[in-house]
Design a protein around this ligand. Structure first.
Ligand SMILES: Cc1ncc(C[n+]2csc(CCOP(=O)(O)OP(=O)(O)OP(=O)(O)O)c2C)c(N)n1
Ligand SMILES: [Mg+2]
Length: 212
């Protein structure tokens, strides 16, 4: 079996204003397209996945698990840049879910895993996304509008080794400052806002665990 390179997503969220698209174009960004998609997130009854910063979702029939890979330690709750590994192969997702839950799932597919572990959907929303590429910087920018009335932008770089992370951080932070994003405070994303609005107890537990 061919070994796949890791997909490590380094990302910084920002709040944008109505002139953001003009600014992006001035900075050399080009619009790639617009996409509408629904994400449904799953967890165990006792919230073991999210309390361990593992985010399992079904995006329009494709499954994905985001899990932390930060080698730098530090306080996640205040850093404006997040670093996650992304798994999209069901076999790898099932193994990683088993590892964090301390079990060995028998299931070979995601629907079976949901039944076996009695996973429950805890959040579901539609995102209307405009995607920009910044070829010169190797960066990707998304402007997201969620169906519960929340908008957020993300500057992102995908790398495959931990050694590439510092340069990605530098490029992201430099691009953000050019965009006028100066606050070093962490901006709440769609999930943080969704949980705060619709699942306050879950939100509180994640705050107490310093996951959000
Ligand atoms: C600011 C901040 N946001 C999220 C987290 C953790 N987290 C919460 S939900 C979550 C999973 C969703 O990640 P996010 O990038 O917000 O979603 P989305 O933009 O729709 O997915 P993409 O298309 O980029 O793959 C994470 C990693 C965190 N620790 N801090
Ligand atoms: Mg994102």
């Amino acid at each position: 079996m061919a070994t796949s390179l890791a997909v490590l997503e380094v990302e910084r969220k920002f709040i944008y204003s109505s002139d953001v698209e003009d600014m992006l174009q001035t900075l050399g960004a080009t619009l790639q397209g617009r996409l509408l998609f629904r994400d449904t997130y799953y967890d165990t009854v006792d919230l073991h996945l999210t309390l361990n910063d593992h985010w399992l979702r079904d995006r329009q029939g494709s499954w994905e698990l985001k899990l932390p890979f930060s080698l730098h330690g530090g306080d996640k709750s205040s850093n404006p840049v997040t670093q996650y590994q992304e798994l999209t192969r069901e076999k790898e997702i099932i193994a990683a879910v088993g590892e964090v839950l301390g079990c060995t799932p028998l299931s070979e597919g995601m629907e079976a895993l949901v039944a076996e572990l009695r996973l429950q959907a805890f959040a579901s929303y539609v995102t209307d996304r405009k995607s920009y590429e910044v070829p010169r910087e190797g960066l990707h920018v998304d402007l997201d509008e969620a169906d519960f009335g929340f908008a957020v932008g993300e500057v992102e770089k995908v790398v495959s080794t931990a050694e590439e992370v510092p340069e990605a951080l530098e490029r992201i932070n430099h691009f953000c400052s050019q965009l006028g994003v100066t606050s070093v405070k962490k901006v709440p994303g769609k999930m943080t806002t969704y949980l705060h609005q619709y699942r306050p107890e879950h939100y509180q537990k994640l705050k107490e665990a310093h996951v959000l």
